[in-house]
Ligand binder design. Structure first.
Ligand code: ACO
Length: 352
């Protein structure tokens, strides 16, 4: 039977590193100032979130989410030994699209030089931090049904341009970083139920939607972009808003349930699985998930310390980080559970 196999993996983060010590000194253009701009500090960020630094794109250049996605895609294509022209479908997850429409996948396609009259299918998906697992579920279904044969799956984000660099926005601002990850998925003929993509699940609870959101515009209003950029109260619409405690609790609960369900449905145990790679929103969330789901600590891989929360990119970025460190190897069995705005969540079990 046709199964989905992982042909390549790659990731990219911009060069600029912003440490927790630098964060309080950034102005609204995320430029470093001599005077402190925001009341926050390394100890608070480190203790509450586990984050030590994050990467930002430069603010004096014209870099968009698609550019980060292209870099990750090129790395994944090289890893797979393929060229961009071999790809017959692109699926891209982001909450920071280049522009409102068209979606960001078409910009990636064009920048990879595979646009034109016979250009491949391009999907954008809007599942925020759950984007990568949702995308993997979609790619797996496409490949198993024979619809596409080589899919480029990307999670990419430029968060740094849309954060509120003031004390008002500090709870959200300190969490996020820029980055991208990509995976190339292909087909194989195999009856081995433990090869390639073994399991995916995706869930959502729309009643949680307004616990974590970024409006930018409201199509129910006229004018639908109604903020006055010079008015501090009104311009809140530009920035992500979050009920942190609710998100935290729901993340732990849903990630535990989703992970346990994945094991029950596949019959796998933590003896079979090499690595647990959760979404990287907060180290304390991941530690709580590991505790409640009884996941061996030496199997939990995190990278939030160095990259912050890169939303749709965290899963491939974390796997690729630990592969470069020599920990994760080709053929390892990975269980990945995500949770994000929506609320949305999901789990995937796959052999790298
Ligand atoms: N620096 C210093 N102080 C801060 C900061 C900051 N960056 N942010 C908030 N505080 C203050 C608050 O104002 C509050 O002060 P007060 O006691 O004087 O009122 C105090 O710290 C405690 O604030 P809490 O919100 O109670 O802190 P909490 O322990 O809940 O941690 C946090 C906040 C880290 C945001 C936590 O709620 C969290 O991680 N929630 C999940 C958020 C998340 O993961 N979001 C993204 C995931 S989903 C996705 O990726 C789409």
């Amino acid at each position: 039977m046709i199964r989905t196999t992982i042909l390549g993996l790659g990731s990219y983060v911009p060069e600029r590193i912003v440490t927790n010590d630098e964060i309080p000194f950034l102005n609204d253009q995320h430029e470093r100032c001599d005077e402190q701009q925001t009341e926050t500090n390394d100890a608070w960020i480190r203790t509450r979130t586990g984050i030590e630094q994050r990467h930002y794109v430069d603010n004096d250049k014209d870099v968009r989410t698609s550019d980060l996605g292209v870099e990750a895609a090129k790395a994944a294509l090289a890893d797979a030994g393929l060229e961009a022209k071999d790809i017959d479908c692109i699926i891209l997850g982001t909450l920071s699209p280049d522009i409102h429409f068209p979606g960001t996948a078409v910009f990636v396609q064009s920048k990879l030089g595979i646009d034109g009259e016979r250009g491949c299918a391009c999907y954008d998906i809007r599942q925020q931090c759950s984007g990568f697992v949702y995308g993997l579920e979609m790619a797996d279904a496409f490949i198993r049904t024979g619809k596409y044969e080589k899919i480029l799956l990307i999670g990419a984000e430029v968060h740094s341009h849309s954060l509120d660099y003031s004390t008002r926005g500090r709870d959200v601002m300190v969490l996020f970083g820029d980055g991208a990850g990509a995976m190339i998925l292909g087909k194989e003929e195999s009856d081995d139920e433990r090869s390639g993509v073994i399991y995916t699940s995706a869930g959502a609870d729309g009643s949680g939607a307004m616990n974590l959101y970024l409006k930018v515009f409201d199509i129910g209003k006229r004018p639908y972009v109604w903020y006055d950029a010079n008015d501090r109260e009104q311009n809140e619409i530009k920035y992500p808003q979050m009920n942190g405690k609710r998100v935290f609790l729901q993340a732990v609960r849903n990630m535990v349930v989703s992970t346990n369900e994945a094991l029950a449905k596949t019959g796998l145990t933590w003896d079979d699985i090499d690595w647990f790679v959760p979404h990287q929103a907060n180290l304390r969330i991941n530690e709580a998930v590991a505790e409640y789901a009884e996941i061996p600590r030496d199997k939990c891989l995190n990278s939030i310390m160095w990259y912050g929360n890169t939303t749709a990119a965290t899963v491939p970025l974390t796997i690729d980080h630990w592969r470069r460190e020599g920990k994760v190897k080709k053929g390892d069995l990975i269980c990945s559970t995500v949770f994000g705005a929506g609320f949305t969540w999901g789990t995937a079990i796959f052999r790298l």
